[in-house]
Design a protein. Structure first.
Length: 70
């Protein structure tokens, strides 16, 4: 399934120094996935940090934001 990024997501991952490949990997192979309404939350440990990606599923996956959690 194609992964696209909102303008907000692109800005946030750049500011937070999150690599796009990490976001893609978290969506495709998460350690944990949760759903709240229409939003999905994928979580994955990468390089000693935990990345959380918020996205929605439509005809494609639309990334809303991504950030590291403690």
């Amino acid at each position: 399934m194609e992964i696209i990024y909102t303008i907000h997501a692109r800005q946030q991952i750049k500011e937070r120094k999150v690599e796009q490949i990490w976001v893609d990997e978290t969506i495709k192979s998460p350690d944990i996935t949760q759903q709240n309404g229409y939003k999905y939350y994928a979580v994955k440990k990468l390089n000693g940090k935990t990345l959380k990606v918020v996205f929605v599923r439509e005809k494609y996956i639309k990334v809303i934001t991504a950030y590291f959690i403690k």
